[in-house]
Structures are given as structure tokens and as C-alpha cells.
Ligand binder design. Structure first.
Ligand code: ARG
Length: 454
């Protein structure tokens, strides 16, 4: 870079110019950088470090650069290393000498920390909107399919019947926690580092609280070294995004399994399936598979930033430049995944007859049989053993559990009466579940109406 090298006797080696720069990532930070500079200039004027006329000139010039950028007429030049020097150069070109005063009491170290924070705040807001859209869509699909019953699984083995809506609302809970994490993170991101300078602050008359206020940030840094060297908020964002990605990957995998011919619990419309180049009959759930797949890179970027930060000595280090691409990439990717999942949900239909048929697996009522005996006073562990033996007997004799005779059942436990056969109905099983948060029909309906009010 040609600027800032008066103390140097050589040009920066040509091969290094692009290497040290951060132009690709900084393309995403132009608006944040200009917003930060406008606040900084306004603050400088407040402390008498700029005259009102100089501040007006600078702010006007910055506004012009922003307009040019939005019109596609301001492109970052790699020769100027980063967004900060590009904006400063352009400002000089537009307004002349006053531009030389903008960087008063500021370093690129506090400047870039601010840019990343502003950018992250924008990502958080966009992610929250996308999560909200997805959650609303899940709730609609759950309510539309309140009558759909399917096997619930543990270890991917049939366990007990559940409402499809209950399964979907499980994902709502996960996404609501992702949302809460993002909201909580906001207060740690919205802390202005402006005024920290390179790392020591300044003797000039600045007012960090004013720049924070101008940027709509509720607080400013407490320690100038921490302000320039800390990127834990990026790591935290990447964790929250990766966790959300993991939730989406679990939802994706669940849907992929449900949509397989072997399960046939759900179908995707043609709008969200893709074709095979060889097999004409294929309709593949590629978008959902890609949600599952893209989560891998989100986890990778979280590890990336943690390893970049690990062992850095106190203060700004150029390694910190490498924290920008993971943030930018992950924020974009999680947004895409959330929006694609919303479309997938809108294009999904439940094959209710198939799911109900699968839910009629008599063995899935085994736990209900245990509870039946418990209600008759049999100790739980004894009831569990008796029903295990009954299930084994049914399997050995090749007679389904619900077709065994009452007397055969009574040889396993005397407490059985003829009403036992009424239990072999998944709908009845769901109606009978009353514990809070369970898949009981009334509980799920209550959860749905509660969710509708949020
Ligand atoms: N491009 C740098 C970054 O992204 C800006 C800060 C450079 N500071 C410095 N002292 N070289 O982190």
C-alpha cells in the first residue's frame, strides 16, 4: 500500500499487498465503516476536535461515498489494503484537506472492531427475522396436521405413538432457544469500541459514550486493550449460528427419513425436490440434504475462529482480520438454510393414513400396558418385567400382542382384565396422556394455542 509508508524505505513487496489486505471481506463492511465514521466525526465536533464546518464537510463526503457504494459506483481498491483506507482515500478525493482530520483519535484497530460489531448486529437482526418466519410456518403446519399420528422413535426404533404436531413443536422449542441466545448475545455485541484507539485510548478530548449513542449502541468499552483485541462476540455468534444449524440439520434428517419410501410418512412437492441425471423416476430432497450438509461448515467456522483466537497475545494482532470471513460466511449460510427450511415446510404434506397405520403397531402400546398395571397397584419394575415377558411370548408364539387371549395375558399378571384390549389404539393412547408437555392430545392442542399467542 502506498499510503502510510513515509517511514519506510521500500514499497511493500508486490506479492504481499493482497495477502495482507482484507478487501474481499471488507466489501461487506462498507456501510458499517461509513456509519462508524459519521458517528466518529460528529463526536469529534462535539469535543471541539473538528469545527462544525469541517464535520459537515466530512459527514457530507461520507454520505456521498455511501450513496456511490449503494449505486455500485464505489469499489474497494486492493492497493489500499482495506475498507478503512479506501474510504479515507475516497473522502480525500471528494472533500480535500478536511478528510485528513477524520482519523483523529482513532486507529483502524478500534475502527475494524466497530465495523465487525455493526455488521454482526445486522446479521443477528436478519437471523431473528428468518427464525421467526420458520417458527410461524412450523406452527401453521403443526396446526393443520393436528390429527396426524405417527410412531415416535428412540434410537430410531419405534417407541410410542406421538402427534406429528408434537414432533414439529419440538423443533419450535429448539428454535426459540436459538432466538433467545441471539437476543442475549446482542447486548455483548452492541458495545462500541470507538475511542480505544490502537489500544491505549488518547489524550485528546473524545467522548466514547457519545459515539456509542450516535450508533444506537447502549454502551461503550471499559478497557481499551480489550476493545481492540476481543472477538469473543464473533465466536459466540458462530456458536449460536452453528447450534441453530445443528437444529436445522436434525430437522432435515428427520424429514429425509420420513420422506423415504420405507417410511413414506411425508411427501415433498416438486417445488422442493430435484431430479437425477440418470434415473428418471427419482425425486430427491436435495435442498433438505444441503441444509444438513451446510451445517458442517458452520461447525467448522466455529472451530476456525476459536483456533484463530487461541493463544493470541494481548492487544490487536493481524490474525484478527481472519475472524471476518467466518462471520460473513456463516451469517449468510444460516440465513439461507432458515429460509429454505421455511419453503420446505410449506411444500411438505403428511401421509396421515400411512403414519396412522405405522402407529397401530401393537408393541408400541407396551408402555401403556405397564401404566395400566401400575394403575392397578402393581409396582412399576414388576409391571415392566411382566410386560417384557408378555412381549417376548407374543413374539415367540407369532401372535400380535393385541390378539393374545385375556387368559394368556393373565398368566403374566393376574391384574389384567378385559378392558386391557381397549388400550391398543394409538389415538386412545394419546388421549390418555395427561402429563404437562407430553404428546397427549389435549396437551398438544394447548401447546399449539399457546404457541399461536406468542
Ligand atoms: N484490515 C485490518 C483488519 O481487518 C484492519 C486493522 C489493521 N490494523 C493494523 N494495525 N494493521 O483487522
Amino acid at each position: 500500500m502506498e499510503v502510510l509508508r513515509k517511514a519506510f524505505s521500500q514499497k511493500l513487496d508486490q506479492a504481499l499487498t493482497e495477502f495482507v489486505g482484507s478487501i474481499d471481506a471488507d466489501e461487506f463492511l462498507v456501510e458499517a465503516d461509513i456509519r462508524g465514521s459519521i458517528a466518529h466525526a460528529t463526536m469529534l465536533a462535539g469535543g471541539g476536535l473538528l469545527t462544525a464546518a469541517q464535520a459537515d464537510n466530512i459527514v457530507g463526503g461520507l454520505q456521498t461515498i455511501l450513496d456511490l457504494y449503494k449505486a455500485g459506483a464505489f469499489k474497494l481498491n486492493p492497493a489500499f489494503e482495506d475498507v478503512h483506507m479506501n474510504v479515507e482515500k475516497k473522502l480525500q478525493e471528494l472533500i480535500g484537506e478536511d478528510a485528513l482530520r477524520l482519523h483523529t483519535a482513532r486507529s483502524r484497530n478500534d475502527q475494524v472492531a466497530l465495523d465487525i460489531r455493526l455488521y454482526a448486529l445486522g446479521c443477528i437482526e436478519a437471523n431473528l427475522n428468518d427464525i421467526n418466519e420458520l417458527v410461524e410456518t412450523i406452527k401453521v403446519v403443526a396446526a393443520e396436521n393436528i390429527d396426524a399420528i405417527l410412531p415416535g422413535y428412540t434410537h430410531l426404533q419405534r417407541a410410542q405413538p406421538v402427534h406429528f404436531a408434537h414432533a414439529l413443536l419440538a423443533f419450535v422449542e429448539m428454535l426459540e432457544r436459538d432466538k433467545a441466545r441471539l437476543q442475549d448475545l446482542t447486548k455483548r455485541v452492541a458495545v462500541s469500541p470507538l475511542g480505544a484507539g490502537a489500544q491505549a485510548g488518547t489524550g485528546l478530548n473524545i467522548n466514547p459514550a457519545l459515539s456509542a449513542k450516535l450508533l444506537g449502541m447502549p454502551s461503550h468499552f471499559a478497557n481499551s486493550i480489550d476493545a481492540v483485541s476481543d472477538r469473543d462476540f464473533v465466536a459466540e455468534y458462530l456458536f449460536v449460528a452453528a447450534m441453530c444449524g445443528v437444529h436445522l440439520s436434525q430437522m432435515a434428517e428427520t424429514f429425509i427419513i420420513y420422506a423415504s419410501k420405507e417410511f413414506s410418512f411425508i411427501s415433498f412437492s416438486d417445488a422442493v425436490t430435484t431430479a437425477s441425471s440418470l434415473m428418471p423416476q427419482k425425486k430427491n430432497p436435495d435442498p433438505v440434504e444441503l441444509i444438513r450438509g451446510k451445517c458442517g461448515s458452520m461447525v467448522g467456522e466455529l472451530v476456525n475462529i476459536l483456533v484463530t483466537l487461541k493463544g493470541l497475545p494481548l492487544g490487536y494482532n493481524r490474525d484478527l482480520q481472519e475472524t471476518k470471513p467466518p462471520l460473513i460466511k456463516t451469517a449468510k449460510e444460516i440465513g439461507n438454510c432458515l429460509r429454505v427450511m421455511t419453503v420446505v415446510l410449506q411444500c411438505l404434506s403428511v401421509n396421515k393414513e400411512t403414519t396412522l397405520k405405522a402407529a397401530y403397531d401393537a408393541e408400541m402400546i407396551s408402555t401403556d400396558l405397564v401404566e395400566y398395571l401400575v394403575n392397578k397397584g402393581v409396582p412399576f419394575r414388576k409391571a415392566h418385567e411382566d410386560i417384557s415377558a408378555l412381549v417376548a411370548h407374543a413374539r415367540e408364539s407369532g401372535v400380535p400382542l393385541n390378539e393374545l387371549s385375556l387368559s394368556a395375558c393373565q398368566t403374566f399378571n393376574q391384574a389384567f382384565e378385559s378392558d386391557l384390549f381397549k388400550l391398543f389404539d394409538p389415538k386412545g393412547s394419546l388421549q390418555a396422556k395427561t402429563s404437562p408437555g407430553s404428546t397427549g392430545t389435549e396437551q398438544v392442542k394447548a401447546a399449539l394455542s399457546k404457541a399461536a399467542k406468542i
